[in-house]
Design a protein around this ligand. Structure first.
Ligand code: CO8
Length: 268
């Protein structure tokens, strides 16, 4: 794996933890970090031994682990942008964000503090969000004279519905973790010290299943989401057919029929 300036990759068996680490800027996303994210996610996706990726924020400069997930895109970089620079920045972010959304592995955002602007947006590009009870979510962009530009106007509405997305974006209000849970923005809220253990427990549970089937299920959900239901269900039937041709199907069903708890999935 490559070396990174603003990212830290930790591996724990078949689960990888990728920390965004810019302690001086509360992990704000600048161009360099977006480039690094693209490289890291490309390398992780090519690794068969990594089944689940947890994305989280590194500590702030005082060492506080629960200060910030990602405090947005880097305002000191964006302030100098022309319209063309801004578009290029947005497109640069869309590559790693779509990787998080569509890569073979399941992606879990472990949100350990501020998830503002681009921070809320990168969490929404992940499959699942778990928040520490001190996490704060928001899309403050219109207060800065801009709009969410890393997919926030699109992914927030898809996750929490158009009315709530419009309220959050138009008021630029922050919400706490419990409100984020109430509106369906996060899957789970846990005490701060339980955040990584909970994310790792969920990751291990996912990793124990047939990972090829999990990745096909992810593709079915993602691809079908914007299709009409008739075509989406037909697409699902085709993907179901593919999983029926795998050794893991023989192993999973065989284990059930033999009353065997242990399963030896080969992941194909
Ligand atoms: N960008 C750059 N630096 C930042 C950012 C940021 N987003 N957030 C925090 N920092 C820096 C601060 O400037 C400060 O630096 P220094 O110590 O050198 O003064 C350091 O991090 C610590 O921050 P604070 O002292 O402000 O810490 P507080 O605990 O007082 O406050 C907050 C924490 C509330 C999170 C506060 O830092 C804050 O409001 N940050 C900005 C949050 C924000 O507005 N984020 C959204 C940015 S816009 C965006 O994300 C758009 C995404 C789409 C772009 C698409 C382009 C095409």
């Amino acid at each position: 794996m490559s070396e990174f300036k603003n990212l830290i990759l930790e591996e724990d068996g078949d689960v990888a933890v990728l920390k965004i680490s810019r302690p001086a800027a509360l992990n704000a996303l600048n161009s360099e970090t977006l480039e690094e994210l693209n490289v890291a996610l490309t390398e992780i996706e090519a690794r068969d031994d990594i089944k689940v990726l947890i994305l989280t924020g590194g500590p702030d400069k005082k060492g506080n682990e629960f200060k910030s997930f990602v405090a947005g895109a880097d305002i000191s970089e964006m302030v100098k942008f022309s319209a063309a620079d801004a578009r290029a920045f947005g497109m640069r972010a869309s590559v790693p964000f779509f990787k998080l959304q569509n890569m073979r592995q399941v992606t879990i955002a472990a949100v350990n503090g501020f998830a503002l602007g681009g921070g809320c947006e990168i969490s929404m590009a992940c499959d699942i969000r778990i928040a520490s009870d001190n996490a704060i979510f928001g899309q403050p962009e219109v207060g800065l004279g801009i709009i969410p530009g890393f997919g926030g106007t699109q992914r927030l509405a898809r996750l929490v519905g158009m009315g709530r997305a419009k309220e959050l974006i138009f008021t630029a209000s922050n919400i706490d973790a419990n409100e984020a849970y109430r509106i369906g923005l996060v899957n789970k809220v846990v005490p701060a010290e339980e955040l990584m253990p909970t994310a790792k427990k969920m990751a291990s549970k996912i990793a124990r299943n047939a990972s090829y089937a999990v990745s096909i299920a992810k593709a079915a959900i993602n691809n079908g989401y914007d299709m009409d239901i008739q075509n989406a269900v037909e697409m699902e039937a085709n993907l179901f057919g593919i999983t029926c041709s795998t050794e893991d199907k023989a192993e999973g069903m065989g284990a059930f029929l033999e009353g065997r708890k242990e399963k030896n999935f080969k992941n194909f």
